[in-house]
Design a protein around this ligand. Structure first.
Ligand SMILES: *[C@@H]1O[C@H](CO)[C@@H](O)[C@H](O)[C@H]1NC(C)=O
Ligand SMILES: *[C@@H]1O[C@H](CO)[C@@H](O)[C@H](O)[C@H]1NC(C)=O
Length: 276
């Protein structure tokens, strides 16, 4: 009897060890929602990370002027997407929440400042934050099954950067993924730190030099970091394939500090809010 029990216990322990050390690392890339064709993606915990609009939300009137840079993929520059006051408030409420930014590679989270050197902060959902979430949703036409992910601020000091990557997130599983990105600048008292898209073409009009770095020697285009403004783009074609042209980087900050805000929208067909 005792021997049998010992054998069962041993078997059990060996199974657990086997699972932890052998199977789980093998399965992890398949279980994870953050695999991204070998490209680093930002840490993300699914359902907790999505926000749901509140019916009784009252937001101040705010207008901004969209400038379409490209229709395929859709890339739109939004000067004054945030007011200066909103940008300042977000910098202030993020200040105590910063932690080193991580990357995901084949489903495994890691810290590698040669790929991504910045700090990230999950923003508490103040009234202003909720109104910005609502603005991002409104801009996208209140699309069915599209949910805003909780907002993250990213802070870059001198040497801070993020190498070229896609924001795709998950693909597959009913087309779920990060359908769109708003890259918003909250604080840009810096040199460098632009957002570089090597595979997007410079538009012919010089007017774009107000928003793009026309002196840059880099291939493609670089949006200048400007407080309050945003770059919006869509990550997928209608057939669910990703746009290679959305490959982008946060160029190194040379002097000063840049704080950015990521607003990602997820297409989650059939997903409904969890009642709390
Ligand atoms: C990362 O950024 C910090 C803060 O700006 C800087 O001091 C450091 O040198 C950078 N490290 C790398 C590896 O780029
Ligand atoms: C911006 O940077 C300049 C020069 O480094 C500094 O004097 C100024 O106080 C900064 N402004 C803000 C709002 O941080």
């Amino acid at each position: 009897m005792t021997t049998k029990l010992t054998t069962i216990v041993e078997y059990f322990l060996i199974s657990i060890a086997l699972y932890i050390f052998v199977l789980s690392p093998v399965l992890r890339p398949y279980l994870s929602s953050d695999q991204d064709d070998g490209e680093p993606v930002i840490s993300y915990e699914k359902s907790e990370a999505l926000v749901y609009p509140e019916g009784n939300l009252e937001c101040p009137e705010h207008t901004f002027a969209p400038h379409i840079l490209s229709t395929d993929p859709l890339v739109i520059y939004l000067p004054s997407f945030l007011t200066d006051q909103e940008a300042d408030e977000l910098v202030e409420i993020s200040a105590s929440h910063f932690e080193p930014s991580t990357i995901f590679h084949a489903g495994v989270e890691s810290y590698d400042p040669t790929i991504r050197n910045s700090s990230k902060a999950l923003l508490p959902r103040t009234a202003t934050v909720k109104c910005i979430e609502a603005r991002a949703r409104e801009f996208q036409g209140w699309r069915t099954d599209v949910f805003i992910e909780r907002l993250w601020a990213q802070r870059y000091g001198p040497g801070g950067h993020y190498v070229h990557h896609y924001d795709w997130g998950t693909r597959g599983r009913g087309g779920a993924g990060r359908v769109s990105t708003f890259m918003v600048y909250l604080h840009a008292n810096c040199t460098g730190g632009g957002t570089h898209f090597p595979r997007l073409a410079m538009p012919p009009s010089q007017e774009w030099c107000r928003f793009l770095d026309c002196d840059s020697q880099l291939e493609g285009i670089t949006f200048k970091a400007k407080k309050g403004s945003a770059v919006y783009w869509e990550n997928f074609r209608n057939d669910g394939s990703g746009y290679e042209q959305t490959w982008h980087s946060g160029l190194p900050v040379e002097t000063g500090v840049k704080v950015g805000l990521n607003i990602w929208s997820w297409y989650q067909p059939g997903h409904r809010p969890v009642q709390d």
